[in-house]
Design a protein around this ligand. Structure first.
Ligand code: NAD
Length: 332
């Protein structure tokens, strides 16, 4: 780095990109230097108040702008080339989840990152929240038998979201957060099977090509299992939960902390002390050169994506059991 500040560029100034920019402005070591979006008025409306360079072409920004780190906040099907170009330039990378829709491409990006030795972070934000930290600490010495995840809600406004080939569907795009949480606290997934419905509940919306319900069974290497039920057909009737079966009790996860039923069956670890948020952790890692703050590096994040892509493959193949080896080779 050329100074004590981390010079940051960001590609994709939509909802999430703007969220990151807001948080980065609060971080003393962060300096936003350039932003990019293919929609010119969108990028101008962000760049002008920040008084930073505006681009409508990501590769051009990566080539021209002087930066230490790059955020890539584009829709899932737009990832790959920009990350490889940036890694080769030596830029540290924050890549929003899901890091790619195509695993072979994600593996090529991971190779470029490894060859360049840059630091990476993806947007699996639960890993920075009190609830997941407390859950991880609590389950460290307790075997989980099975887990049950529900994420039922509606369709976000972004037009690409409703296209299966652009977003990958709700499991890949959204419930990937819960899949990542399961991997973080229960270990690696060995095999996946899935059953989806298409145009069953949303048949009146012909532009919606994502599945309207998705039911997934995960088999973990430990012998544990988990079921995930996710649906985008509910409009505003949101329901989101994750529960874990341990000996004599169930553990209920929420973003701000965990609960055990029956109450008092186990002593809970204290709620974790304040830790830096996901953006502050990334900036701190780049500023100090110390990756210890990064809980969701790219090569780990692509394994959460792989689980969801294995589910898509299973559902497209009549619910066949898809082994993760089929997508990733032998587990580490
Ligand atoms: N970590 C989280 O909690 C979280 C939450 C929401 C969204 N996300 C992720 O962030 C990503 C973006 O989601 P969003 O809600 O901001 O979508 P969005 O549609 O609001 O924003 C995406 C932006 O990228 C721009 N874009 C598209 N292709 C581009 C390209 N090739 N080059 C430059 N700009 C391009 C679009 O014009 C748009 O402004 C998705 O992968 C999504 O899953 C993460």
């Amino acid at each position: 780095m050329s100074s004590r500040f981390v010079r940051i560029g960001l590609i994709g100034t939509g909802n999430m990109g703007r969220g990151h920019l807001r948080r980065l402005q609060e971080i003393p070591e962060a300096r936003i230097v350039a932003v990019c979006d293919i929609v010119e008025e969108r990028v101008r409306s962000v760049a002008e108040p920040l008084q930073v360079s505006a681009y409508t072409d990501g590769p051009q920004m990566i080539a021209e702008a002087e930066m230490d780190a790059l955020y890539v906040c584009v829709p899932p099907d737009q990832h790959g080339d920009m990350e490889i170009q940036a890694a080769r330039k030596g830029l540290h990378l924050f890549v929003e989840k899901p890091v790619n829709l195509y695993l072979d491409r994600a593996l090529e990006v991971a190779d470029a990152i490894r060859a360049a030795g840059v630091m990476t972070q993806s947007g699996y934000v639960f890993r920075y929240q009190a609830g997941a930290l407390q859950l991880k600490r609590f389950l460290e010495d307790k075997p989980v038998g099975t887990a049950s995840v529900v994420r039922w809600g509606g369709i976000p406004a972004a037009p690409w979201w409703r296209k299966y080939e652009e977003s990958g569907g709700q499991l890949v795009e959204m419930t990937t957060h819960q899949v990542d949480l399961l991997r973080w606290v229960m270990g690696e997934v060995e095999a996946v099977s899935a059953s989806y419905s298409f145009r069953r509940l949303l048949a009146d919306q012909p532009d919606v090509t994502v599945p309207d319900t998705q039911t997934v069974l995960l088999h973990f290497r430990s012998g544990a299992s988990a079921t995930i039920s996710t649906s985008c057909a509910l409009g505003t009737a949101f329901r989101g939960e994750a529960e874990f079966v341990i000996r004599d009790a169930r553990v209920i996860w929420k973003a701000d902390g965990i609960r055990v039923e029956p109450e008092g069956a186990y002593a809970l670890p204290p709620a974790p002390e304040e830790t830096p948020g996901i953006d502050a952790a990334f900036v701190r890692a780049v500023a100090s050169g110390n990756p210890v703050f990064l809980r969701s590096p790219y090569d780990d994040a692509l394994r959460s994506v792989a689980v969801t892509l294995a589910a898509n493959r299973s559902a497209e193949d009549g619910g066949r059991l898809v082994r993760m080896e089929e997508l990733l080779g032998p587990l580490p």
